[in-house]
Design a protein around this ligand. Structure first.
Ligand code: BGC
Length: 331
């Protein structure tokens, strides 16, 4: 039976994580007027997380984002995955780890570690894999998400968190006036099915340029082939530099809430919630498209089939580790 675990720091920042899908269901932070806001979209009823395809707050694995034609070849063997997004596999299919019950391994006041074992060929991926995710809130108002995975065969490991942020509060409507900065000078253009073509394109001179703070909505509906394909922003950006570094910042002028996001992953999917359907969210509020944005740290989509991208292959017996941090302050 699923349960929710509350974690908090001594400053009053707190978050709730559900064992179903190791999902971040809420994230509370006080705005410039001292009013507590919940900054992520989600549902009150855990069962709703079983039926959705929006992935609110989900721990996505074993592979985040798309794999072309739902297949890949590793060590000479072809592996077939579910085609749950047209001809492609998205977020590891309808039996992804976000639909499973995770076990709580460790719980402290400000952190929780959850684990899940996925069997050889579960979702189609080789190797029995033990995955762990730790959510922790530091005294610096940073929510860190640490992933660890080990497999007994070579396999794909590419975990991410799919939270939809709205720095005005999850129930404040569209987030298109919020400003975003991405530490990315290149993105990976996609075809009409949102699979990267392999090109690394400069953002300069395109609507993809977020190298200076810009309202998310400023150019989201511009006449641009890439934006048409995604119905707005739904693109993978290469995070400049290597190792653990800043990947993005965002701010709401209404609440003064400023978020800085860090990762050691090569890239980030900036998804502007273009496909969120009209629906009822936490507290009975109404969600619609673009009510939240995602910054999903990751290997490039379809990297397992695309030698131009950094490889997402985890070798048997080795440990996959990656960390993403979302830190909050008031401007
Ligand atoms: C994908 C979107 C998809 C969304 C929800 C994002 O990571 O890039 O295309 O609609 O997840 O499934």
């Amino acid at each position: 039976m699923e349960r929710k675990v509350m974690i908090a720091n001594s400053k009053g920042m707190r978050a709730e994580v559900c064992t179903l899908g190791a999902t971040l269901v809420s994230l509370f932070f006080k705005d410039k007027n001292g009013v507590e806001k919940d900054l992520v979209l989600g549902y009150d009823n855990p069962a709703d997380y079983l039926n959705h395809t929006t992935y609110f707050g989900a721990t996505v694995g074993r592979n985040g984002n798309r794999i072309k034609n739902g297949k890949f070849t590793l060590n000479g063997t072809e592996y077939l995955l579910e085609k749950n997004d047209g001809e492609n596999n998205l977020h590891s299919g309808s039996k992804g780890l976000c639909y499973k019950e995770w076990e709580v391994e460790k719980e402290t006041e400000n952190s929780v570690t959850l684990s899940s074992v996925s069997k050889d060929l579960e979702q189609g991926f080789p190797g029995t894999m033990t995955a762990k995710v730790t959510y922790a809130i530091g005294e610096d108002n940073a929510l860190s998400i640490d992933y660890e995975a080990v497999s007994d065969k070579d396999t794909v490991a590419n975990f991410t968190n799919h939270s939809y942020f709205n720095l005005g509060g999850h129930d404040s409507g569209t987030m298109v006036n919020q400003k975003l900065k991405l530490y990315s000078s290149k993105f990976t253009p996609v075809d009409g099915t949102l699979i990267p073509t392999g090109e690394l394109r400069d953002v300069k001179g395109t609507p993809m340029d977020f190298t200076e703070f810009k309202a998310i909505g400023k150019e989201i509906d511009a006449e641009d082939e890439q934006l048409k394909f995604g119905g707005g922003y739904d693109h993978n950006f290469i995070v400049d530099g290597k190792g653990y570094r800043l990947m993005a910042e965002a701010v709401s002028e209404d609440t003064g809430i400023h978020m800085k996001a860090y990762t050691d992953a090569p890239a980030v999917q900036f998804y502007a919630g273009n496909f969120i359907k009209k629906q009822v969210g936490k507290g009975g509020c109404a969600y619609d498209d673009r009510h939240g944005f995602c910054l999903e740290s990751q290997y490039c989509p379809d990297a397992v089939n695309n030698p131009t991208f950094e490889s997402p292959i985890l070798k048997a017996g080795e440990t996959y580790r990656t960390r993403t941090v979302y830190q909050f302050s008031i401007d």
